[in-house]
Design a protein around this ligand. Structure first.
Ligand SMILES: Nc1ncnc2c1ncn2[C@@H]1O[C@H](COP(=O)(O)OP(=O)(O)OP(=O)(O)O)[C@@H](O)[C@H]1O
Length: 235
């Protein structure tokens, strides 16, 4: 059986006194590709934020490679191999592309790997963060997370607002990130078709709970479930 790297057990979490995730349990194995889908407000971002230690954990436990990290800071979680690419991208606007990358670089991380993944970033390496297109900013946000050498990458709606051609480039990059089981990838996406094409496993969130957890291929054969939980017909 494959090794569990990330485990949420009976997690209730939210903001202040508000509970958004309600008794959620999820185990992710090493090298898995998980798509997390669901309607606006279902709790997808909150799930990633909770894994990263950015919400209030009311009850339950989060563990990483068997270690209880429930009380760890986001920085401690990052040092243990969790890497979040936030929906807001959070590029440092006053730094160039290359400075954004080197500012967070650790261990054996290499600029060349980032540039091989996104050649466009190499072309724009001397440009400031604010001079980038939305797609380039997203590439930079992903590349910057790579600089922290994460074993588990959490991607929060990376395709949002981007042109189809850019989405295709990003999906190719996700394939490369996950290739040969090198990393575990958890992809939160509104674009269910793209997410399910990439993932081996799918999780549907509804009202802060898991409504489906199973094979992505099997979910593609369940249009009624997708329609109920995503709200659009999936073809
Ligand atoms: N910082 C916050 N403070 C209080 N409530 C919040 C905060 N962030 C999100 N929420 C609430 O938590 C609930 C879940 O939001 P979340 O962003 O996790 O959903 P989501 O599934 O990622 O939605 P979307 O696809 O729109 O990003 C929503 O009701 C939202 O209003």
């Amino acid at each position: 059986m494959s090794e569990t790297v990330l485990c949420l057990k009976d997690v209730t979490a939210g903001y202040g006194q508000t509970h958004i995730l309600r008794g959620l349990s999820l185990s992710v194995s090493r090298s898995e590709r998980v798509a997390v889908i669901g309607r606006n407000g279902a709790g997808k971002t909150t799930l990633l934020s909770t894994v990263m230690g950015l919400t209030r954990l009311h009850s339950g436990r989060v563990s990483l490679a068997g270690e209880d990290i429930s009380r760890f800071s986001p920085h401690q979680r990052s040092m243990r191999g969790l890497g979040l690419v936030p929906q807001t991208r959070d590029i440092f606007p006053s730094l160039t592309v290359e400075e954004n990358l080197t500012a967070v670089m650790r261990g054996n991380a290499s600029l060349e790997e980032a540039y091989a993944l996104f050649p466009r970033l190499k072309e724009r390496r001397r440009n400031g963060g604010t001079q980038l297109s939305g797609g380039e900013q997203q590439m930079l946000a992903i590349a910057r997370t790579l600089m922290t050498e994460p074993g588990i990458i959490l991607l929060d709606e990376p395709l949002e607002g981007l042109a189809p051609v850019i989405c295709e480039q990003l999906m190719i990059a996700f394939e490369q990130l996950a290739a040969d089981g090198r990393r575990t990838v958890i992809l939160v996406e509104q674009h269910a078709v793209a997410a399910l094409a990439f993932a081996t496993r799918a999780v549907i969130l509804a009202n802060g709970s898991i409504a489906y957890d199973g094979s992505a291929a099997a979910l593609k054969q369940r249009p009624e479930l997708l329609e109920r939980h995503i709200g659009v017909a999936q073809h």
